[in-house]
Structure formats: structure tokens, C-alpha cells
Design a protein around this ligand. Structure first.
Ligand SMILES: *Cc1c(COP(=O)(O)O)cnc(C)c1O
Length: 426
């Protein structure tokens, strides 16, 4: 099918995510990808500056991942995961638990970030239910994003994205994002809620809130928040769906913390972005609360693709890549290069709120209208970058880069140069 026909059919039959189809421009028609490059139907190439929605951490078409996928397909593609198991899932669970804090021992498989979150919420609520001490409330951070299914939406920032469903959400207390004065205020607020004894769990995106605009906060505050939750007996859930896999400079964001979570959610870069897979990893203490002669006390949850052998095989191969020093050299090098670039950014009159955490660089463009997801800067920047052969996806007036780790020096420098050119042309 030629490009024009493809796009015509796309318009007729495809409903795209997060897109107002009436006003949306023509989508890119990407036919091939290699390492950091996305290649469209005209043969034009784009640097994938946001790792295709933060998932392709090793870039596209990695030969080692491709080989793992092919080999697995020839052995076992998929098998029902209730009443059956398979070597790749076992291996993955074993490896993941060895990378997480010691007490996190039990791995539940699901399909993506949102389902990993749903599972975490069900674990938390049912944990208290099974203990005959039901607790109903959750504490989350202002600006949180945990996915687009109902439970995940409930614990996320309320607003235009989920307004039509608001009446269906359960009770969640949001505390202010911990910067400036809010650092102490939000802890006081949290303690007041926790004292009620009704809080089943707290949940955070540790250190970096992705969708809120890659907003960053510090590990000292997070440790204090977790300690409070512990003091009042609430479970602690870390949503590392975005922050995992080296994004923050360490394998997981919680590696910067002293306190440990009870539940960790993983997805996105878990398979190197090759196939969807979600994991919810819990402590033995939580797991034990589901052990009972009655089936009804079990975690009666699952998805058709739970524990996909193909996805597990690629995840295991991706873990192999994280065992290579070269991967960490790249992560370190990207952070250094970003840091160097922030000096140029700091001097720019249109730039504010620069943040750098591992391979994530973000800043806000001064528009005079505040931080607004629907800012017109968003489209302007998006198109400007496309023209220059780079794909970014601004979050309102927040521009950010979180490239695949295989990005070359030349490509990263190009992204930095285009950012500066864009700001100069404003
Ligand atoms: C993307 C994301 C999710 C949801 O993951 P999906 O795979 O898109 O369902 C959850 N939490 C965080 C922090 C995310 O960035």
C-alpha cells in the first residue's frame, strides 16, 4: 500500500490515542526503525528523542533482543499462565526479585503499566480485606499519572483527561507536589490523613512524575513520606513504570532512597520496549495475606496474555543488556552531556524550571500562561522538531528528552542544537 492510501485508510479506520481526531494533523507513517531512527514512508528519518513513549530504552531492532525473540518463538510462544508456568517467566521472576529490595519476593505478571497498577491496587485493598481490617483510602501526589484504566485514573491527577469518569473514581487524597514550601506542608497533610487509620496505601512515581511534565523531587522527601506511611501502617507502592530501567541514572529510582516500598510496578522499558509486559512485585508479607483454604481469599485476577513467554524472553534479554557495562557507560554519558547542555539552557531567557535526572532532561518554556498541557507551544515545538528530523512529544510547555541509550554523540548534540534553535526562533 502506498503512503497516500495508507493514510487515507488510517483516517477511515484508526482511532488514535490521546488525539482529537477532528483537529489532528496527518500522522507520521513510520515503516521502519533502527537504533534511534524512525523512518517514514518517504524515507525521511527522525531521531526518536522520547524512546517511543519512554519504552525503547535500547533503541529499535536491537539484534540481541531480536535473536532472543526469534529463539523463544521457535520454542514456546504463549501458554495459559494459570495452572502452567514456563522457564522464561521463572527466570524473569528470579532475576527481577534479585534486583529489587530483598523483601520483594513475589512477582505477578500482567500486560502493561496500567494493569501492573491495577494489580498493585487490588493487592493493597485485598490485603487489608483479607486481614479483616478493610481500609479504603489511598494517598497520591498531586500531578500523578498511573495509567488510563479506572483504578489507575482514580489515583491520578483529576482534570480534562478524565473528567467524564470522575463520578466513578474511589476516594483518593492528593497531597501537594513536594517542592519549596510544599515539602513540609504535604508531609503534615499526609500525616493528618494517615492518622485516620483508613489509608490502605500510598502510591508515588518515585523521584520523577512522568506525564506531569517530568517533574522532579528529592529522595530525602520520599524517604520521609514512606516513613510516615510505615508509622501509620499504610502499604507503600512505587510506580516505577517510567522511572525504571536506568532512566534516573540508576536501575530504579528507589535505588536513591533508603526506605523500601512494599510493592513495585514495572513495565515500559522492562522488555526494552519490544513487547508489552507488566510486573507487580510484592513482599512475602502481602503475599501471605492471600494464603487461605478458601479460593475467594486468593488474588483472583489475570489477563489472557499474562506471562507471555515471548515478552518474558525479551525482558530477560533486556536484563542481559543491563548487565553490560556499556549500557551504564551510555546512561552516564547521556547525563553528562545533558548537564553540559543545561548551562546553555540556564542562560536562555525563555527557559525555566530546568530538571535533570539520569537520561531525562526537561525544562519549561516561558509562555506567560503557566504550565498548561494544552499550551500552543506544544504543537509548535513538535512540528519544528519534525521538520528538523527529530521526534519529541512535549507535555504542554514542558520540553524534555529521554532518548534511547544507544544514541550517538552526534544525534544527542543535534537534539540539543534543535532545542536551542527552537527557543531562539520563538
Ligand atoms: C506510562 C505509565 C503508566 C501506564 O502504563 P501503560 O503501559 O501506558 O498502561 C503508569 N505509570 C507511569 C508512571 C507511567 O509513566
Amino acid at each position: 500500500m502506498d503512503r497516500a492510501t495508507s493514510l487515507e485508510k488510517d483516517k477511515q479506520h484508526v482511532w488514535h490515542p490521546f488525539t482529537q481526531m477532528q483537529t489532528a494533523g496527518e500522522p507520521l507513517c513510520i515503516v521502519r526503525a533502527e537504533a534511534t531512527s524512525l523512518i517514514d514512508a518517504n524515507g525521511k528519518s527522525y531521531i526518536d528523542a522520547n524512546s517511543s513513549w519512554w519504552v525503547n530504552v535500547h533503541g529499535h531492532g536491537h539484534p540481541y533482543l531480536a535473536q532472543a525473540l526469534q529463539e523463544q518463538f521457535s520454542q514456546l510462544d504463549h501458554v495459559i499462565f494459570a495452572g502452567a508456568t514456563h522457564p522464561q517467566a521463572i527466570k524473569l521472576a528470579d532475576r527481577i526479585t534479585s534486583l529489587l529490595p530483598e523483601k520483594l519476593e513475589k512477582v505477578f505478571f500482567s500486560d502493561d503499566g496500567s494493569t501492573a497498577i491495577e494489580v498493585a491496587l487490588k493487592m493493597a485493598f485485598q490485603y487489608w480485606y483479607n486481614k479483616n481490617a478493610p481500609k479504603k483510602r489511598i494517598i497520591a501526589l498531586d500531578g500523578a499519572y498511573h495509567g488510563d484504566t479506572f483504578g489507575a485514573m482514580s489515583i491520578g491527577q483529576r482534570g480534562a483527561f478524565n473528567k467524564p469518569f470522575e463520578h466513578l473514581f474511589f476516594d483518593v487524597d492528593f497531597i501537594d507536589f513536594p517542592v519549596g514550601e510544599a515539602r513540609s506542608q504535604s508531609l503534615i497533610h499526609a500525616e493528618r490523613i494517615l492518622k485516620s487509620g483508613e489509608v490502605a496505601a500510598i502510591i508515588v512515581e518515585p523521584l520523577v512524575q512522568g506525564s506531569a511534565g517530568m517533574r522532579m523531587y528529592d529522595a530525602v522527601w520520599l524517604d520521609a513520606f514512606v516513613s510516615l506511611a510505615r508509622k501509620y501502617g499504610a502499604l507503600v507502592i512505587f510506580d516505577e513504570v517510567m522511572t525504571g530501567w536506568g532512566r534516573t541514572g540508576k536501575l530504579f529510582a528507589h535505588n536513591f532512597c533508603e526506605q523500601e516500598p512494599d510493592i513495585v510496578c514495572l513495565s515500559k522499558g522492562l522488555t526494552g520496549g519490544v513487547l508489552p509486559l507488566g510486573l507487580t512485585v510484592a513482599t512475602n508479607e502481602i503475599y501471605d495475606a492471600f494464603l487461605h483454604p478458601e479460593t475467594a481469599k486468593a488474588l483472583l485476577h489475570g489477563h489472557s496474555f499474562t506471562g507471555s513467554a515471548l515478552a518474558c524472553a525479551v525482558a530477560n534479554a533486556s536484563l542481559d543488556l543491563f548487565e553490560q557495562p556499556e549500557t551504564w557507560d551510555s546512561i552516564e554519558w547521556i547525563e553528562e552531556r545533558h548537564r553540559f547542555f543545561t548551562d546553555a539552557l540556564k542562560a536562555h531567557p525563555k527557559v525555566k524550571e530546568i530538571g535533570l535526572c539520569g537520561t531525562i532532561l526537561r525544562f519549561e518554556v516561558e509562555t506567560g500562561e503557566g504550565n498548561n498541557y494544552f499550551s500552543s507551544i506544544r504543537d509548535k515545538a513538535y512540528n519544528y522538531f519534525l521538520d528538523r528530523g527529530c521526534l519529541i512529544r512535549p507535555l504542554g510547555n514542558v520540553l524534555y528528552l529521554n532518548p534511547p541509550y544507544c544514541i550517538s554523540e552526534e544525534e544527542l548534540d543535534k537534539l540539543h542544537v534543535v532545542l536551542l534553535d527552537f527557543l531562539d526562533d520563538l
